[in-house]
Design a protein around this ligand. Structure first.
Ligand code: F6R
Length: 239
């Protein structure tokens, strides 16, 4: 893992945007894996600014989001589809038909998981996967204990993840109990991975990521087995 330590969140967002923009410029039909949550919002703002100022085009870019809550319509303000439209898709020239997010309202969720995996393959696999990290080490919604060989699947969210995400809902009861997430093996098949780790709340997770541990009880530790991972963090550490 290559670790880039920056001074603050703004710098983290700019460094991450540089990597995404280079990917898009070098391969205008690249396949990007995208994350939601607080961490990549600054990155998405930088991409929007760059698109407006420099005209970087996403016309042929295809995106796959990591996850979606089960049971929320895409029109629900806390759905990840809504999030992506609001924070990125509505502000760049990407074609809506090239943006993929698992359907949390599919009638047959097992089939939906298979369909999503097939689609990723059909589009040639992920060139650059953007990841955040949960305080418990989750990547996507792959909670501790998820098999490293997992593919897109349904997962029961841990209470700690539901609590962390309840800040976006009006009450804890409204936070969905399940999510559909791209699996760990699927993430590991991405050609390049960019992990963003921001804020003191992620300190413990970051320390664990730097240790020698590679174990399913800490999902992000699998990234140490990938040959092209860049971690950008605004957490001060000694290396
Ligand atoms: C979201 C996702 C999650 C988040 C993680 C960190 O698509 O895959 O793994 O990246 O929960 O969330 P934030 O950035 O809100 O701290």
């Amino acid at each position: 893992m290559k670790i880039i330590n920056v001074g603050n969140y703004q710098e983290l967002s700019e460094r991450a945007a540089k990597i995404v923009i280079e990917t898009v410029q070098n391969k205008p039909n690249a396949v990007l894996g995208l994350a939601t949550g607080s961490t990549p919002i600054g990155l998405y703002n930088e991409l929007i600014d760059d698109h407006a100022k420099n005209g970087t085009s996403y016309r042929k870019i295809c995106t796959f989001n990591l996850d979606e809550y089960v049971g929320l319509e895409g029109s629900h303000p806390q759905s990840y589809l809504y999030f992506m439209r609001q924070h990125l898709f509505n502000h760049i020239d990407i074609s809506p038909e090239n943006t993929f997010i698992p359907n949390g309202k599919a009638e047959d969720m097992m089939k939906e998981c298979e369909r999503y995996e097939e689609l990723i393959k059909e589009k040639g696999g992920i060139d650059l996967q953007i990841l955040g990290i949960g305080q418990n080490g989750h990547i996507g919604f792959n909670e501790p204990g998820t098999s490293f060989s997992s593919r897109t699947h349904i997962i029961q969210l841990t209470e700690s993840t539901r609590k962390a995400n309840s800040r976006f809902f009006s009450s804890m009861d409204e936070v969905p109990t399940h999510a559909v997430t791209v699996g760990i093996q699927t993430i590991m098949e991405s050609r390049k991975i960019l992990l963003l780790v921001s804020g003191q709340a992620k300190m413990e997770a970051f320390k664990r990521l730097l240790s020698d541990e590679i174990d399913e009880s800490f999902p992000a530790s699998v990234l140490k087995l990938h040959n092209d991972v860049t971690v950008i963090t605004d957490i001060a550490f000694d290396n």
